[in-house]
Structure formats: C-alpha cells, structure tokens
Write a protein that binds this ligand. Structure first.
Ligand code: NAD
Ligand code: MG
Length: 484
C-alpha cells in the first residue's frame, strides 16, 4: 500500500478479509491539504454492519473467545511491533487523510498508539475476580467476563490514537470489535485492521467498516447483537446514540467535546503559560476535544498575555503537512473549515475583536489562520460553543471567584488548566473546577494510565487505565453452596 494506486479502492474488512460492500457504493476520501481525492472507500450499509457484527459474534464464541488471556496479550504486543515496523506508511496515511503534520503524528500519535497497545497487552492476563467471603455456608467469588461484541465509533481528529484507545482495551478483555471510523478519515483504521490480521488475530476479532454516521454508525448502534458502544464525537450524535442504544440496553461510553478553560494568574510563569496556551488551542489545528479554547487571563496580565499569544499565533508555520517544519496543517474538511470561518464571523458580530488571524489562509486546502479573539464576554457564543478549530478566545477575569465562575460556566466538563505559583490556590482550583482532568502549570498531556473523560455535555464514563477494563467486562458472581 505504499504507492497511490494501491490506495485507490479500499474495501471493508470483515471476518478476516477485505470485501466489497453489499451496498455496491464507494465514497471519496480527500486530502484536506490539497483537496485531492486520495482513495475511494467502501461504504458500509445496514447489511454490511450486520455481517461485521455476525463475524464478531462468531469470533467471540469461537477461537477468539476461547483464547488464553496471555495469548491475547501477545497478539496485542505483536500488533504494537507491526505498527512500529510500518510507522512510515501509517504516518503518511494518517497525514494524507487528515491533514495532520507528519512531525506531530511521529512525535505524538504513533508513540501513543504503541504505548496503548503495550499497556493493555500487559493487562490482558491480569483481569482478576475476587473471592468475597459473604457467607460461612458458601464459597462466593466473582470473575470478570468480557461483554461480547463492541461497536467502536470514532471521530476524525485522532483516528489512529482514539481508535486504539478503544480497540486495545476491548481486545485485551477478550471482546470482539466492529470499528466504524469517521467517513473523513477511514484509511489508517483499515490498515490497522490488516496489521491485526498479520499479527495473528483470528478472523472477526476486529472488523473495520467505514461508512457514514447516519447509516453505518446508526446501524451499529441499533444492532441488537452489539453489547456495548464506545463513542467519541459530538454531543448531538452522543445523545442520538444514547437513545438508540436503549433498544437492547447497550452499555455506552461517550466522550464528547469541551470548551476548556486555561486560567493564567499573574504569579504564574507567564512565558511558559502563554507557550502552553498557544499549543493548547493551536495543536492539531484546534481539533482537540480538550483544546484550551478559552484562555482566562487575570486583568493585571491580560494585555501581556494577548500580545504574546497573538505573536505566537502569527509565528505558526502553516504548510504542507508532509514537510517536517510545518507546525500547523489544514482543518480536516471543507465542512469543518466553513464551520470555523462561520464562528469567526459570529465572534465579530457579537463584538469581539480579532488580534491575529481571522480568515482562510490559502486558496487551496482547508487552512484557516490561527486566530485570537479579545474583548470576549463570557456569554458570547464564541466563548460558550465548541468551535473545534484554531480559534482562541481570551477572557479577562478580576479575581479567583470570577475565574472559577467563568471556567465552570459552560455546558461542558472535560478539562481545565490553571497557571499559578500559589499552592493553596492551585489545590482549591483542582477541587472546584468541573472537569475530568485539571492540569496545573501545564496544559494538554494525556497518558493511557490515567482515566480520561468528562461529565455533562462532555459525556460520561472514563477511558484509559484500568477503568477501560471495567468498560469492556462485567463481573459474574459464582455462589457455591458448601453447607456449614
Ligand atoms: P460526529 O459526532 O458527527 O461524528 C463522529 C463519529 O460518529 C463519526 O464516525 C460519524 O460517522 C459517527 N456518527 C455520526 N452520526 C451517527 C449516528 N447517528 N449514529 C452513529 N454514529 C454516528 O462529529 P463530526 O461531524 O465529525 O464533528 C462535528 C463536531 O463534533 C466537531 O466540530 C466537534 O465539535 C465535535 N467533535 C468532537 C470530538 C471529540 O474528540 N470529542 C471529535 C470530533 C468532533
Ligand atoms: Mg480524508
């Protein structure tokens, strides 16, 4: 698959084979940096999803479901190894399909994918039950059993990484997976599916079914034989999934967006804070669920923060994602670009002012200039709604109470950052901020060992760590009457 001709037609991956879709339809996936079509991808319909789910069920009840836990771990390690060996190809695929700079994928996404696999490989044979001595007339214990067939629905902002956050723990637990990648970025997931077969995963343990959300995604969520849906994406679709999952009472984990506050106090290391605030909103062209899209600056340092942040925005190197020196790529699609440009208009109309960027950056490719809004009021749409693009809103606050009120004043609760040297203040904020993760004197790092997720419109449930094992297993009680 190293040359473009091999990319041209991409079939579904069901039951251990690449198969043409029963719909007979293919859709184009585009390189957002060039607007060129890079491949025609099979479009899964309801019947294709059904075939994938049946294959996953067969695997779960067959070879895959009976495999020794340590052997599942070995397969995950083998896949990690194969991903490492195919790094160049995967980096290229991910970049072409999503517009992410290769430098970022190599530095961040790929190592995170491999780390995730190694972490859950080690966990596969450590999923223990408990002996709970409830009675003196019985031996009572629990075992943790895999849930069964998992539907994983992922977005386009980190296709490889978010895909692996779901696949690796599900497979470690012994579940089988039907993965529905985002229609805008289906290519890397299909390649991971192939590598999993090469690693030795039995047919059906991992099926990859590209297609559209309203058809393929919806069919997966509606399917009566799917036991669990794990979803990352928008709150609108999250709500829809929750309703559809009620059909057979599927378990659901939802990781939806955010409008995270990054709060800077005058006693902070302003240099470090502004640097991190810049990458907090501009990394991955702002298409990050935990992006620090609201930068809260204390009145005493507001002007300084604005000036330095605007300078950082202007110094970003937009360009060809395949160039190692590019620090910011395009938005992932034309739709997303227009959405972001529309929000920039909304901000201007609401009375906020642009001090950096504010427009499309190129004629070809979906590039938007890194943009900084000032004079932003807490109630404006641009400081309440998730833009999912390189648009920072800088909001002034006067004291701790004000900062906390603004920071907690959206419908989201995913992440927050605080920059201060005052130990009492940072502990107080860590306690009072409504967020799944609070970063103190840093912004943005994640680690597979730490629980990840949010509350309210950011969704519910936690991924990562041993929490993910609970997502894909269920305890069973065994009660053996021993008599007194
Ligand atoms: P989306 O929620 O529409 O899509 C995410 C995934 O869900 C895709 O794979 C899509 O095919 C699938 N999907 C869509 N409708 C579905 C349905 N009815 N049933 C089942 N699956 C369905 O997100 P989007 O349209 O790609 O982006 C829109 C906005 O979502 C973004 O602008 C951003 O605000 C937010 N978003 C958040 C994250 C995140 O990491 N939390 C990621 C991507 C997008
Ligand atoms: Mg694409």
């Amino acid at each position: 698959m190293n040359d473009m001709t091999a990319l041209e037609m991409q079939d579904l991956l069901i039951d251990g084979r690449r198969v043409a879709p029963l719909t007979g339809r293919y859709f184009a996936t585009v390189n957002p940096a060039t607007e060129q079509v890079i491949a025609q991808v099979a479009e899964a319909g309801v019947e294709d999803i059904d075939a994938a789910v049946r294959s996953a069920r067969k695997a779960f009840e067959g070879e895959w479901g009976h495999m020794k836990a340590s052997d599942r771990g070995r397969l995950l390690l083998k896949l990690a190894d194969l991903i490492g060996r195919n790094e160049d190809e995967l980096v290229m695929l991910e970049s072409l399909d999503s517009g992410k700079p290769v430098s970022a994928i190599r530095r961040q996404d790929l190592p995170a994918v491999i780390d995730t696999l190694i972490y859950y490989a080690g966990m596969a044979d450590k999923i223990n039950g408990q002996v709970i001595p409830a009675r003196t007339d019985a031996l009572t214990y629990t075992v943790r059993e895999p849930l069964g067939v998992v539907g994983a629905i992922i977005p386009w902002n980190f296709p490889l990484m978010i895909g692996m956050w779901k696949m690796a723990p599900a497979l470690a637990c012994g579940c089988s997976v039907v993965l529905k990648p985002a229609e805008i970025t289906p290519l890397s997931a299909l390649r991971i599916g192939e590598l999993a077969l090469e690693a030795g995963f039995p047919a059906g343990a991992l099926n990859v079914v590209p297609g559209f959300g309203k058809v393929a995604g919806q069919a997966l969520v509606d399917h009566r034989d799917v036991d669990k849906v794990t979803f990352t994406g928008s709150p609108v679709v999250g709500r829809q999934i929750l309703q559809s999952a009620a059909g057979n009472l599927k378990r659901v984990t939802l990781e939806l967006g955010g409008k995270s506050a990054n709060i800077i106090f005058p006693d902070a290391d302003i240099d470090a804070a502004v640097k991190a605030a810049g990458s907090g909103i501009f990394f991955n062209t702002g298409q990050v669920c935990s992006a620090g899209s609201r930068i809260l600056a204390h009145a005493d340092i507001y002007d300084e923060v604005v000036e330095r942040l605007a300078a950082r925005a202007k110094s970003m190197r937009l360009g060809d994602p395949l160039e190692a020196s590019t620090s910011m790529g395009p938005l992932v699609s034309e739709v997303q670009m227009n959405r972001v440009l529309n929000y920039i208009d909304v901000g201007r109309n609401e009375g906020a002012s642009v001090v950096a960027g504010g427009a499309r950056a190129t004629e070809t490719g979906y590039y938007v200039q890194p943009t900084v809004f000032v004079g932003v009021e807490h109630e404006m749409r641009v400081s309440q709604e998730e833009i999912f693009g390189p648009v920072a809103t800088v909001i002034k606050f006067i004291d701790d109470e004000d900062a906390l009120r603004i920071a907690n004043g959206t419908v989201y609760s995913l992440a927050a950052g605080v920059w201060s040297a005052d130990i009492n203040r940072v502990h107080r904020f860590a306690r009072q901020l409504k967020a799944g993760t609070v970063w103190i004197n840093t912004y943005g790092p994640t680690d597979i060992r730490l629980p990840w997720g949010g509350a309210r419109d950011s969704g519910f449930g936690r991924e990562h760590g041993d929490m993910a094992i609970e997502n894909f297993t269920e305890p069973k009680v065994v009660w053996i009457n021993t008599g007194r």
